[in-house]
Design a protein around this ligand. Structure first.
Ligand code: NAP
Length: 287
């Protein structure tokens, strides 16, 4: 029987601590504010931004939403980001992905000024993470690292296998684990004999996006299993990538879906908004 990593509870604790930080900033006359841009009408994105807005309320962060139509041009999107970059009342800018395919998301991320990059997706943040400097770490990998810390799971010298190499999860997670002295294998759709790799993992992290993708035979007994996947099963129920029922009995630790990585991702977004607000305050005091 595995220990269940309770991301939901930990996220609540993080939000409560951040509320104290947020109240201190407010007492100094600073109201932290997050601006969220959504382009088009993606139903999953609507749920994600609703959850982000709720978390902002709980922490005391002001939340502002910019809902752009599906036909928005790249110029309009970049124009809005430019405006928010200059707006001194905005501390964090988040562009909700996916955006319509006629738009260039990397160019849009690049336009976000570093000090407001609360998702950690700009080249500056990605580069700083790669060379081990303090920066905005993208929220899902950061949330996973926080869970390891809270549960006393050391990465030092451990073999971590990550399935998935996206820019928002797999790649920054690889850097985070390397920075913690893990030996990391990163797998993707072109990896040959995936099972051979996953069976060697002391810590297995799945970010694929397919229900029941990670089965018991892929997991080394005693492994820590982290499920990033957020999928809908045939009944519309939220499920992860891991066949939880069969994997849980052989794992040492496991994250549930829902209630695992998801709430931690949002808590770390709140963390980044407070961090951004403090950095901007320090920057203003310097000049
Ligand atoms: P993504 O961009 O679609 O990446 C999926 C990755 O899985 C890709 O690297 C892909 O390989 C790999 N993959 C697909 N099929 C595979 C196979 N048969 N064998 C091995 N690797 C395979 O997705 P993402 O944005 O990283 O998200 C992944 C999942 O995490 C989704 O369910 C998403 O909803 C969820 N998610 C959850 C949170 C959270 O807070 N819990 C946050 C972000 C994402 P290629 O690169 O070769 O295509």
């Amino acid at each position: 029987m595995a220990i269940i990593i309770e991301g939901k509870k930990l996220a609540q604790k993080i939000r409560e601590n951040l509320k104290v930080e947020c109240d201190k900033l407010k007492a100094e006359g600073i109201q932290p504010k997050l601006a969220v841009i959504m382009v088009g009408d993606n139903p999953a994105s609507k749920i994600y931004i609703k959850n982000k807005s709720k978390a902002c309320d709980q922490v005391g962060i002001k939340y502002e939403e910019y809902l752009l139509s599906e036909s928005t041009s790249q110029k309009e999107l970049l124009g809005l980001i430019g405006k928010l970059n200059k707006d001194e009342t905005v501390n964090g800018i988040l562009l909700q992905s996916p955006i319509p395919s006629h738009l260039n998301i990397n160019q849009a991320f690049k336009k976000i000024t570093y000090l407001k990059d609360v998702d950690g997706f700009t080249p500056s943040s990605v580069g700083k993470l790669a060379i081990g400097e303090d920066t905005f770490i993208s929220c899902t990998p950061h949330g996973i690292i926080k869970m390891f810390d809270e549960y006393g799971i050391s990465l030092n010298g451990k073999h971590v296998v990550i399935i998935g190499r996206s820019n928002i999860v797999g790649k920054p997670l690889l850097q985070c684990c390397l920075n913690r002295n893990a030996t990391v294998t990163i797998c993707h759709s072109k990896t040959k004999d995936l099972k051979k790799h996953t069976q060697n993992a002391e810590i297995l992290i799945s970010a694929v996006g397919k229900p029941k993708f990670v089965t018991k035979d892929m997991v080394k007994p005693g492994a820590v299993v982290i499920d990033v996947g957020m999928n809908r099963d045939e009944n519309g129920k939220l499920v992860g990538d891991v066949d939880f029922e069969n994997v849980e009995p052989i794992a040492s630790y496991i994250t549930p879906v829902p209630g695992g990585v998801g709430p931690m991702t949002i808590a770390m977004l709140m963390y980044n908004v407070i961090k951004a607000t403090k950095l901007q305050k320090a920057n203003n005091e310097e000049f």
